[in-house]
Design a protein around this ligand. Structure first.
Ligand code: WQD
Length: 345
């Protein structure tokens, strides 16, 4: 029988790409979202890409306990992937209560409802932000977590701990929960169809949407935050992971849970390429691949940025059989195609 996966926050950037890959892998998917940071563009795109018009969609607020409970009691859900969360680092510093309230309550409600209604598999979308400024790169899953540098990062660490404690506490009970934490590095790009991609509201915080919006003329100039870092070209190093590759990691992880292939009750995987790329290299690649010139300038460092972080993805490669496949060039071409699609070009 087909298994059903609930994707909370499934209308957003990562959630919509994951929904496509799950459907293409043969899962039934239920999408739920409160639409607080997206519109229906990506959900409509998902239907077009998959040719599936009847994907169940629920507009629910995961902070409302009764709504979450009803979703789990009305539907037979085999696994849940939890994305629904606020994700702007700077905003979380300005509005910590809003971040803790939303990101913690929504996850607690999901865990409680899953455990009470026979959904034993919970995948939590975590972040490389939990490593803070690492002493050594690349980071493995055993690299110690550093104190979070923002309330956003703190909610990721706290949700990781909450899931691990829940897995321990429910072991051997009717409400048993098994967990996987995927720690994403920097997801970028868009689906090759250019029908779904990143849709930031207002001024983008992240690098690639700022680049594409500058290239299309929505923003005047990209500021590269800092060129005096102790790196080869002075700009920060990150591990930019293609969004479709990242989405595929979820299919491997869900399969692992549902086919009882897990080696521990709560597993952690880094989802990255293992290759560091500097901000300047990324900008230069974007220009080269898409044959255009980008207006950019060097600006002071941004508060809270770490100098260099990239993944050691060996565990995900060996254990899950997943590997990042698309090159940064392909990814940057897809990001540009998506920006042009949005502009109707
Ligand atoms: C990448 C690099 C910037 C914008 C954050 C979160 C993480 C994850 C992804 C989110 C940095 C530089 C950026 C700009 C720039 N979570 N930059 N000019 O900070 O690595 O990670 O987003 O949902 O948890 O912490 O990603 O894309 O913001 O920045 O020079 O206009 O680009 O300084 O070096 P980051 P980013």
């Amino acid at each position: 029988m087909k298994k059903t996966v609930l994707v909370s926050g499934g209308a957003g950037f990562i959630g919509s790409h994951v929904t496509v890959e799950l459907i293409e892998a043969g899962y039934d998917v239920i999408v739920a979202d409160n639409m607080s940071n997206c519109d229906m563009t990506c959900f409509e795109g998902v239907k077009k890409i998959t040719g599936k018009e009847d994907i169940p969609f629920f507009k629910i607020d995961f902070c409302k306990e009764e709504e979450v409970r009803k979703l789990f009691s009305d539907n037979k859900i085999d696994a849940v992937i939890h994305f629904a969360a606020f994700k702007a680092v700077g905003e979380s510093v300005a509005k910590p209560v809003m971040y803790y309230k939303n990101n913690l309550n929504s996850f607690l409600n999901v865990l409680e409802a899953a455990s009470a209604h026979g959904c034993h598999n919970v995948l939590f979308s975590s972040s490389a932000t939990v490593y803070g400024e690492p002493d050594k790169v690349p980071v493995t899953e055993n690299t110690p977590r550093k104190p979070a540098t923002s309330p956003y990062g703190n909610t990721k660490q706290m949700c990781e701990d909450i899931l691990q404690d829940t897995v321990k506490a429910t072991k051997g009970t009717d409400g048993e929960i098994k967990g996987i934490l995927l720690r994403y590095f920097n997801p970028i790009g868009a689906h090759p169809s250019a029908l779904i991609g990143e849709l930031p509201r207002g001024v983008p915080n992240n690098l690639v949407p700022f680049i594409t919006q500058t290239a299309i003329g929505k923003r005047e100039c990209l500021s590269i935050f800092g060129n005096d870092y102790p790196t080869p070209d002075g700009t920060c190093l990150r591990d930019y992971i293609d969004i479709v590759d990242l989405a595929k990691a979820h299919v491997f992880a869900v399969g692992r849970m549902l086919e009882n292939k897990m080696k521990a009750d709560c597993e952690i995987f880094n989802i990255g390429t293992g290759k560091p790329v500097s901000v300047l290299e990324l900008v230069n690649s974007f220009e080269r691949v898409n044959g255009l010139k980008l207006n950019y300038k060097f600006a002071p460092r941004r508060a809270g940025d770490v100098t260099a972080i990239w993944a050691d993805p060996t565990l995900a490669n060996k254990e899950m059989g997943w590997k990042a496949e698309r090159s940064v060039d392909e990814t940057l071409a897809a990001a540009w195609a998506w920006e042009k699609h949005l502009a109707g070009k």
